[in-house]
Design a protein around this ligand. Sequence first.
Ligand SMILES: Nc1ncnc2c1ncn2[C@@H]1O[C@H](COP(=O)(O)OP(=O)(O)OP(=O)(O)O)[C@@H](O)[C@H]1O
Ligand SMILES: [Mg+2]
Length: 411
Amino acid sequence: MRPSKTDWPLLAIEFDLLDLSVTEVTHRLCLKLQLVPDDILKLTVDTILSPASRLYFFSVIEPKLKQGIDCEQVTLYLKSKQETVMCLVNAMCQPENKVALIVMLADKHLLLERQLINERNEVTEINDVLKRRQLELIQQKEQKAQLLEKIAGINAEMLQTEKLAALGQMAAGIAHEINNPVGYIRSNLNTLSQYTQKLLHLIHNSGITEQKREEADFDFLESDILSLLNETQEGVQRITQTTHSLTQFTRSPGLSEWCDIHHQIDTTLKVMRNELRDKVDIRKRCSEIPEVYCDPAQVNQVLLNVFLNAAQSITRFGFIEITTQLVKDRVQLTVEDTGCGMSEEVLARAIEPFYTTKPEGQGTGLGLSISYNIMRTLGGALSISSAPDKGTRVILSFPVAVKQEGAKGGN
Ligand SMILES: Nc1ncnc2c1ncn2[C@@H]1O[C@H](COP(=O)(O)OP(=O)(O)OP(=O)(O)O)[C@@H](O)[C@H]1O
Ligand SMILES: [Mg+2]
């Protein structure tokens, strides 16, 4: 059996919109207002409202209801036997000009509202914490990525350094082995050359007839023996130069002294005057820099290799710009050329021992690897950047040692 409206567990009242007579009321509301249902059913709805609420009812609520518009969450004061009770009311249009007022006591509503506000605040707080945590996580992730990148860079650098050091050691070892036999080949060749000169001289003065000379093809033999000797001596000279370069890998630095980098630049440029003439314009931009404590011969060797590479990369005419400056605790020397530049592949291999792109016989491919090694043993660094047709920039950085009082050449 369907329960009657008066049995609803709600606080509710129904009235007729035409004459405002109360048509139904729930028992619970009657209890709250301390009235008997039969009494309420004799009333019009406005009589259970306080005077102020009645005014509001007639001026705002009733006109809206008459247009068929519900009024939600309006505050009305209902009169009970002893007091007026503040309520939150939903007035909803029903069929046949009826209106249902669903009533919620303000106390309960306020409690609910407070609970909602509290919950909302808690949610906002949790949200803030989550946002902060999310930001922290993003930052941690970024830091981790940066760290990983750094580690990968250091690993690659260490691998490269170890590879170069191992190759250098090996090359120096081989050079050492070659040096001995080359030494006596060179010495024997010199003696052989002297003996040959003497023999030829003897033959010339031996009164040998023209006919015999022709039969033995003496003129050809003489010139060919001399040129064979010359070529062989040149070859041996080249081997000696190469093995000498290779031994630089393990050579410990000579005597270190306070060294003016600008002076080293000038002496090196003087030595390579011929290479530069008519082809390269040197531009120098020198700043005030402290002296560097190192072996000047080694510095000259590095400069020579780097300047030569720059000059050789320029085919017709170009510039080499040499800049010196103090960057933090390092003297930095930058050599920039307007030459052919390097592709990514060449750049990646440029400091490998024996790597060269120059025609056979013109480059040993040792210049940069030796320079790289020297800079490392000096506690400095050599770095290269380059792109095809954009020239090359080599940066040499030297550590600045602190001068002891009374040190030779000290400031
Ligand atoms: N400034 C530069 N411009 C363009 N390419 C360069 C430059 N410096 C070096 N390279 C490239 O790097 C390679 C290796 O240079 P490195 O100085 O070690 O040997 P090399 O110059 O070929 O021979 P060597 O120094 O014995 O004469 C060169 O062959 C060249 O391809
Ligand atoms: Mg070179």
